[in-house]
Design a protein around this ligand. Structure first.
Ligand SMILES: C[S@@+](CC[C@H](N)C(=O)[O-])C[C@H]1O[C@@H](n2cnc3c(N)ncnc32)[C@H](O)[C@@H]1O
Length: 273
């Protein structure tokens, strides 16, 4: 499996539960190759992946809406944006900077421009910045992004990405965030906690990746503790929620006995102090 395929899969999951994800545009990315992969994932790993990813989207959508209502004319910087469509769900005065690998961004930009032209998407202010987090230095990333911010309030999103990165690259990204943001700005981040490593469902996920491994696109399997977020220089951890808990809020009709039966990600919000 290549990393860009994971972006297609997550987006397709969101389209399966529009009422929960609140993303009516996710389905624009649906394609037969991705849809053919999903039944085997659901059968071999977990049947809850689509609803959990929709819940994750909903959580950040609500937080983004709230932030940009209070901070009109702010900027969303989406690190590892994949096929996220928040920019079209938020007010038109929000600018979005989409950051990902170049090939994903070229593909996304092209499609989005056509859909806007054909009236399938509303007009938005969007910048596309190709960055490989593994190979770009801290300074290179800051130099590319900083001139685009112009003292505006910044919400940085790092959703569905940390699993694939090393701790060194993760620390580099959080140092970058510290340089880009000012007091009151927010980071939204997602990761697994280490206790998931001993669960059967997580072992099935890793097996799936190993057996569908593409040697040209290797990646890590990172988990992070809550303490990691509590100790980030210059930031206060304001809240964290797990998807098991959010399931009761956004999809109470779905019952799961234990948080250890699902790929239960934790969603964090940090504020620059
Ligand atoms: C599972 S997708 C999540 C996409 C999106 N954030 C979402 O939640 O729908 C992971 C994304 O992270 C990006 N990514 C992973 N490693 C990266 C790296 N080293 N540099 C830049 N982007 C990376 C991938 O290209 C992909 O778009």
């Amino acid at each position: 499996m290549q990393i860009h395929e994971t972006a297609f899969i997550v987006s397709t999951y969101r389209s399966y539960h529009e009422d929960v994800s609140r993303d009516p545009y996710a389905k624009l990315w649906n394609n037969s190759k991705t849809e053919a992969l999903i039944p085997s994932i659901v059968e071999t790993i977990s049947p809850y992946e689509a609803i959990l990813h929709s819940i994750r989207n909903r959580f950040f959508y609500e937080e983004l809406k709230d932030f940009f209502t209070k901070n009109k004319g702010g900027i969303l910087i989406n690190f590892g944006a994949g096929f996220s469509m928040y920019q079209f769900l938020l007010d038109k005065n929000v600018t979005t900077i989409e950051i990902d690998k170049g090939d994903i961004l070229d593909y996304k930009k092209n499609k989005i421009e056509k859909w806007i032209e054909h009236g399938e998407l509303p007009q938005r202010r969007i910048e596309y910045l190709p960055v490989d987090f593994n190979t770009s230095s801290e300074d290179e990333i800051i130099k590319k992004i900083k001139p685009l911010i112009n003292k505006r309030p910044v919400f940085i999103l790092l959703e569905g990405v940390l699993f694939f990165l090393s701790l060194a690259v993760t620390n580099k990204l959080f140092r970058v965030f510290g340089h880009l943001q000012k007091t009151g700005d927010v980071i939204g981040s997602v990761s697994y906690t280490p206790d998931i490593e001993s669960t059967d469902v997580y072992k099935r996920l890793l097996n799936y990746f190993d057996s569908h491994n593409d040697k040209n696109d290797s990646f890590n399997h990172q988990t992070l503790t809550h303490q990691f977020y509590e100790n980030i220089d210059g930031y206060e951890l304001i809240t964290f929620k797990d998807e098991f808990t959010l399931l009761q809020k956004y999809a109470p009709q779905i019952s799961v006995n234990s948080k250890y039966d699902i790929l239960n990600e934790h969603l964090y919000l940090l504020k620059k102090i």
